[in-house]
Ligand binder design. Structure first.
Ligand SMILES: Nc1ncnc2c1ncn2[C@@H]1O[C@H](COP(=O)(O)OP(=O)(O)OP(=O)(O)O)[C@@H](O)[C@H]1O
Ligand SMILES: [Mg+2]
Length: 483
């Protein structure tokens, strides 16, 4: 019975007395070392390994075999099918010879080790039984480690594939096709990249795609939004500090650049970086060195920098708010993400994508969209670009219609035409209720909440329709005095 600790062996040997010798040599260790299968031909060996995928730990093979496929060719073929299986060659060719080249050739072809056997049917054992057994134990250990390594590597690859699916760039317009080509080209290089484009066009998405297609993909991808970090914290966040370097520094803090070592740093809203931090960033790029607060010696880091901005960075340089030398260091390659209104053919594709995504998410059937409604969406100005489109599609789904029409779209866009009955109702409602905004908000909330509760089968359903987590729903209901 297999204990999980067994060493499963395939023996490839065409001489019956050699099979007996191997069996005999391994007999004392039979509780652990199991000769599971014996074949006498190279092709049969390959077939067996293919069939029993990942089953064998060690292959013991004679060097000379009848049937054509033998020696180094067989070693290579086995390793090709199953790289983690370890091969021990048994041969009489190494007896009495000091031809290390021969041994070297075996190892180069991919064998783990080799053992000598007597040339004739004259001995009961392999030439050096103890070495033979030891090499099997070692080979098994190596096989185990390689299998474990492959497994974790496969997991990592799977994770990266998942991220790339999640972060897929949707669209088929010429400019998006070109963008995708640029991404695949530049992700193979290791230079810094500057991405520009209006808000919501997909700059961060581009940065993700570059990192996870690059040779750094197994390392960290760290996003830093230079606009949202408080000015006084930026340097310590980016570059870290040593324990005791200032009052309150009670322990060492690694900076984000240190955490991203060997990976990629995505510096979003780069123009918001204060000048003092710009100097330090320049140093990281030029010297690959960090200046950590409270530390005199330098910390070496290797990071690729992708920066993004939705502002005109050249103007910032002209106005001396952004260092020119840093600008040139970041702008080795420049990628521009186009506005959504310049690639109208992507709009229906994106709508379809987000409709599928949100319907699944909300557990609804995916609605269709009528052609007038689609026309409105295609011709809308989309100042918030794809992010705005994504939000609008999500809003369109709050209504339970199997066909989305113009009214749904206008409502989701926040545009009410004045011919519209619904907006007339709003007009008269507001006229009768001229209130400060905060009171109006409270009143609308309350009315909408009551309306949703009345028109839902349960609180859970009402919460879902309102897009609220149940806990928030109950809290708000309480705040509005409805509980
Ligand atoms: N081509 C696209 N395909 C699918 N999703 C997209 C695409 N472009 C943008 N998105 C989605 O739109 C949203 C905004 O994208 P992203 O954050 O990358 O934009 P951005 O240019 O970095 O915006 P900002 O300037 O506001 O930081 C994200 O949810 C992103 O997944
Ligand atoms: Mg962004």
């Amino acid at each position: 019975m297999s204990t999980g600790n067994d060493i499963n062996i395939l023996l490839v040997e065409d001489e019956e007395f050699d099979v007996i010798r191997v069996r005999k040599t391994l007999e004392p260790f039979a509780d652990r070392i199991k000769i599971v299968d014996v074949v006498s031909d190279g092709n049969d060996a390959l077939e067996m390994i293919k069939q029993k995928q990942s089953f064998f730990d060690v292959v013991i093979m004679d060097f000379n075999l009848s049937g054509g496929l033998m020696g180094e060719k067989l070693i290579q073929a086995i390793k090709e099918i199953e790289p983690s299986v370890q091969i021990i060659v048994i041969t009489k060719m190494t007896i009495n010879i000091t031809d290390y080249n021969f041994a070297h050739r075996l190892l180069k072809a991919g064998a783990f080790w080799y053992c000598t056997k007597y040339p004739g049917d004259i001995e009961d054992y392999i030439y050096q039984p103890t070495d033979f057994v030891l090499s099997i134990l070692n080979a098994n250990e190596k096989s185990r480690i390689e299998k474990a390594w492959n497994k974790s590597n496969q997991k990592l690859i799977k994770n990266i594939e998942d991220i790339l699916i999640q972060k897929k760039i949707i669209g088929d317009s010429q400019s998006i096709q070109y963008l995708k080509q640029e991404i695949s080209k530049y992700s193979q290089s290791d230079v810094n990249i500057l991405i520009s484009g209006a808000s919501g066009t997909g700059k961060e998405l581009v940065a993700y795609n570059i990192h996870y297609n690059s040779s750094r993909k197994f390392e960290n991808f760290i996003t830093i939004n230079c606009g949202s970090l408080p000015q006084e914290l930026i340097e310590s966040e980016l570059f870290g500090y040593e324990k005791g370097s200032f009052t309150g520094a009670d322990k060492r803090k690694p900076g984000l650049f240190e955490i991203a070592h060997n990976g990629t740093v995505f510096l979003d809203e780069i123009t918001e970086l204060p000048l003092s931090a710009q100097v330090k960033l320049l140093r990281v790029i030029q010297e690959g060195e960090l200046e950590k607060i409270g530390r005199t010696d330098k910390v070496k880091v290797n990071v690729r920098i992708i920066a993004a901005t939705n502002r005109n960075i050249e103007e910032e340089v002209k106005a001396k708010r952004f260092r020119e030398d840093l600008y040139y260091r970041l702008n080795v390659i420049y990628i521009k993400v186009p506005d959504l209104k310049e690639r109208k053919t992507d709009i229906p594709i994106l709508i379809d994508h987000f409709l599928t995504f949100y319907s699944q998410n909300m557990g609804k059937d995916k609605p269709t969209i009528n052609s007038k409604a689609l026309d409105i969406l295609i011709n809308y100005s989309w100042n918030g670009n794809v992010r705005e489109l994504k939000n609008v599609v999500q809003r369109m789904l709050f209504v339970d219609n199997s066909v989305i029409d113009e009214q749904n779209v206008l409502r989701a866009l926040g545009v009410f035409s004045y011919e519209n009955e619904f907006s007339d109702e709003f007009e008269s409602f507001f006229k009768n209720n001229e209130l400060p905004l905060s009171q109006m908000e409270k009143m609308l909330r309350e009315k909408y909440f009551v309306f949703m509760r009345k028109n839902s089968d349960s609180d859970t359903e009402a919460a879902k329709k309102l897009g609220l987590a149940p806990s928030n729903y109950h809290r708000m209901a309480k705040e509005l005095g409805l509980k």
